[in-house]
Design a protein around this ligand. Structure first.
Ligand code: NAI
Ligand code: MG
Length: 393
């Protein structure tokens, strides 16, 4: 019997293309696993009125660890129109299944490593003095995944009891005369437990992988209560990790500094929205969506996925042109998570060699616009890139 059981959820579009590529690499590195397919995505929305069927939740409950490709989401109205006729008008409402998974399993920690590979033509370059410098970025963002502004406690025209409660706050005075339909409110909710858990994990990660600093990237000078709680918890926890430096940055300044001294940062912790922003910022320095991997980690279940979506415009290209590295690097995060760090490092080393040698590049690495003609211009296919990585292993 295989040592590991992994639920694989290819989902939609290029999710179905890149996930099998990651499995080929995992096989090549000798990872011993049985893969169990989980249904998720648009097909199940259209035919069952549920993009995240209960049977898939059950599989995840049982096996805990999953690789996920990507899903296609569409606005609610359009989603309803695409239901099969017998499901039309039955009150089915479309919800994004990946958001659903994060909520259902309380996958409260999102990790997004952003590491530059030497020789990647997409690496960020900055002007320094008379010349140019290519800073080597090695940052891991810990984004709180389930709270903050994305919880969805919000109103346009808030009910009168909500308005009354809010008006007990002296800063609400200036909105007193704004009529309901002209007033929109979104709540930023943090809990101490979630702040504690993500900061503790970030310190543990920094200790385990030798990062010198943990930076809390928030805005406590203005958003005093929620950002302030993060700051407070970080200070308390830091006493147990005194060999690691604790820095605080404001999200706005951080976005500027990441273009000036990105090499100075190690582990970064942020709430949901600021984490979303700062992780996209750093991802842009190291090659963008073709390289951006991520993990959604709860107390029991963990799901590993590329940051990119289903890129529908490329899903039917044969051979496929998309970069499989984001998915393969996500599977390395899975290996790290289950204690197979040696195998993860071997794959990352192979990717690093392929990139540095530069003999073979996907279209995004050549800054081409995507389409079937990229091969004439020298780009390799998705499968050829995977073959090259396996060859290097
Ligand atoms: P997207 O990430 O699917 O694609 C945006 C563009 O990035 C593509 O057109 C392509 O140029 C590039 N790209 C993406 N992945 C790439 C790869 N592996 N290699 C090379 N280039 C790559 O985002 P978009 O177009 O905004 O959304 C498409 C669909 O995906 C939507 O339905 C959206 O809701 C969904 N989506 C799903 C996500 C998930 O499953 N977690 C995340 C983001 C979007
Ligand atoms: Mg984003």
């Amino acid at each position: 019997m295989a040592k590991n059981k992994i639920v694989i959820m290819p989902g939609d579009g290029i999710g179905k293309v890149v996930l099998p590529e990651a499995l080929r690499v995992l096989d090549a590195v000798g990872f011993d696993a049985e893969y169990i397919h989980g249904d998720i995505g648009w097909e199940f929305w259209k035919n069952e009125g549920n993009a995240l069927p209960d049977r898939t939740l059950k599989l995840l409950e049982e096996h805990k660890i999953s690789l996920f490709g990507a899903i296609t989401s569409k606005p609610k109205d359009q989603a309803s129109k695409e239901l099969i006729p017998k499901l039309q008008g039955k009150g089915h409402v479309y919800y994004s299944p990946i958001v659903g998974l994060r909520q259902h399993f309380n996958l409260d920690i999102c990790m997004r490593p952003c590491c530059s590979f030497k020789g990647n033509p997409l690496n960020f370059i900055m002007r320094k003095g008379d010349g140019f410098e290519e800073p080597l970025v090695d940052v891991v963002i810990f984004r709180q995944n389930t709270e903050g502004l994305y919880v969805g406690v919000e109103w346009t025209d808030p009910p009168s009891n909500v308005r009354k409660a809010l008006e007990t706050h002296n800063k609400m005075g200036k909105f007193k005369d704004v009529s309901g339909e002209n007033l929109a409110i979104s709540c930023r909710i943090f809990t101490r437990a979630a702040c504690h858990r993500i900061i503790k994990d970030a310190f543990e990660y920094a200790r385990k992988f030798g990062y010198k600093s943990v930076t809390i990237c928030e805005k406590p000078n203005v958003i005093r209560e929620t950002s302030g709680m993060m700051r407070e918890e970080a200070k308390k926890l830091h006493t147990k990790y005194s060999e690691i430096k604790l820095w605080h940055t404001n999200i706005d300044a951080q976005m500027m500094w990441l273009t000036k001294n990105p090499e100075d940062y190690g582990v970064i912790v942020a709430g949901n929205m600021f984490g979303d922003i700062v992780s996209d910022g750093f991802a842009g320095l190291v090659g963008g969506l073709g390289f951006a991997c991520s993990a959604n980690i709860g107390k029991e279940v963990a799901i590993f996925e590329p940051t990119h979506g289903s890129a529908p415009k490329y899903e039917n290209l044969d051979p496929s042109i998309v970069n499989p590295m984001a998915m393969i690097l996500s599977s390395c995060m899975m290996l790290d998570h289950i204690g197979e760090t040696d195998k993860a490092n071997r794959i990352r080393d192979a990717i690093a060699r392929v990139i540095e040698e530069g003999k073979i590049r996907t279209y995004d690495m050549m800054r081409l616009s995507g389409g079937p003609d990229v091969f004439e211009k020298g780009a390799c296919s998705t499968q050829e890139m995977t073959d090259a990585i396996i060859e290097c292993l």
